[in-house]
Design a protein around this ligand. Structure first.
Ligand code: NAP
Length: 353
């Protein structure tokens, strides 16, 4: 087969604020194209699931300075970059048969052509409850980020009390579970948006989860962190980070993982409580998970997570993902759910056929 036709979402107007979903200034445009014929060692894949990641917002920011980004930005006219789980539908590669599921940077494209080495074969395990979507969630970037950030970067130990923001999200919910079941932290405090999400985070192992949307949030957080805490795993930045700078113990440590509350307004982000870092000798450690992947650490981390899943400790049931059946035309809309708390656990787009 040659010249497979496909639809793709292309970046047309890099945003400086909220992504724009329609109109003349729309951030993305839907295009039709034909893919090249396969050559030796290539495969044609059909995208089944798309990973939705807050980081994608950073890759398309109008003011992004490529020299300061950890990865190349998506250029105007390029297909929107995204990780996906896809099925091999045609193969000229010996190691990838038709029907094999793979993890690849599919982008927002129905079909894509890859060199075999750009695809990682994945094997769902029904008996262990491991579904294809877990390879972009608990057993993908979010699980690895949680493990690497908590254990390697900030060095969480059993004697640490840990606060995790974005605790009901893909990464945060894994931080809570790794803190509980792998590190055995003495106290785990989640921060999430809304009563329902908070109770869910507690069901995963947090001693308490505080609702940042509640009018009593500041007092609730103060109470939950009485005596102060050793570690803060920051997924959200902004005002919650400001508050947490005041709730860390002397020599406390912060894993600076993300700042999702600021991604649609990066120019307005700033730290007012910087002085806390000095007076309380806080350590702030920024990190990017690809460093761990490139250092070959992923397989052993995944193995430890899978062990805890099989022991029934780390939970990856249906409530740990928000899988949204989505028409191809609605891919950007589903992605923006990340910025309004529309997901519990990993937000996955399931492409409708
Ligand atoms: N450093 C790395 O290598 C690395 C790798 C992966 C991810 N990350 C970062 O980790 C963070 C979480 O990513 P994820 O993929 O796991 O996404 P996620 O947490 O599953 O989804 C985003 C969540 O952020 C919360 N949120 C959105 N706007 C917010 C706001 N204004 N204030 C507070 N919370 C807000 C929402 O939860 P609520 O309903 O609770 O508000 C939403 O569900 C992001 O900052 C991401 O950039 C970093």
């Amino acid at each position: 087969m040659s010249g497979q036709k496909t639809r793709q979402w292309v970046l047309t107007n890099p945003p400086s604020g909220d992504p724009v979903l329609s109109g003349s200034n729309a951030t993305f445009t839907l295009k039709d194209t034909s893919l090249p014929a396969l050559t030796t060692d290539q495969v044609l894949v059909k995208t089944l699931y798309l990973s939705n990641d807050p980081a994608q917002r950073g890759w398309i920011d109008a003011a992004a300075d490529p020299e300061r980004l950890y990865t190349a930005p998506v250029e105007k006219g390029e297909v929107m970059r995204a990780f996906g789980v896809a099925e091999v539908v045609e193969s000229k590669a010996d190691n990838l048969k038709v029907g094999q599921l793979v993890l690849a940077t599919t982008g927002w494209s129905e079909y894509a052509v890859f060199n075999a080495k750009e695809c990682r074969p994945v094997q769902p395990d029904e008996k262990a409850g491991i579904r294809p979507t877990h390879f972009v969630g608990a057993l993908g970037g979010p699980g690895l980020t949680a493990y690497y950030g908590l254990i390697d970067v900030v060095g969480a130990k059993a004697e640490d009390a840990v606060v995790v923001s974005g605790a009901a999200g893909a990464t945060g919910s894994m931080v809570v579970q790794i803190a509980k079941h792998i590190v055995g932290c003495k106290r785990i405090i989640g921060i999430a948006g809304g009563e329902k999400k908070c109770r869910w985070v507690e069901s995963l192992g947090a001693d308490v989860c505080v609702d940042y949307k509640s009018p009593t949030f500041k007092e609730d957080l103060k109470k939950a962190t009485e005596g102060f805490v050793e570690v803060y795993f920051d997924n959200v930045g902004g005002e919650i980070l400001e508050l947490m700078l005041q709730r860390l113990k002397r020599h406390g440590r912060i894993a600076a993982c993300g700042a999702v509350s600021t991604y649609n307004n990066l120019q307005g982000a700033g730290i007012k409580n910087w002085f806390e870092i000095i007076t309380n000798r806080l350590q702030v450690k920024g990190f990017i998970v690809t460093d761990a992947i490139e250092a070959g650490k992923a397989p052993s981390m995944i193995q430890k997570i899978v062990e805890k899943i099989k022991e029934g400790k780390i939970k990856i049931g249906e409530d740990s993902e928000t899988v949204v059946p989505t028409k191809f035309e609605d891919i950007p809309k589903t992605w923006t759910m990340l910025f309004s708390g529309g997901n519990q656990g990993k937000l996955v787009t399931k492409l409708e056929t």
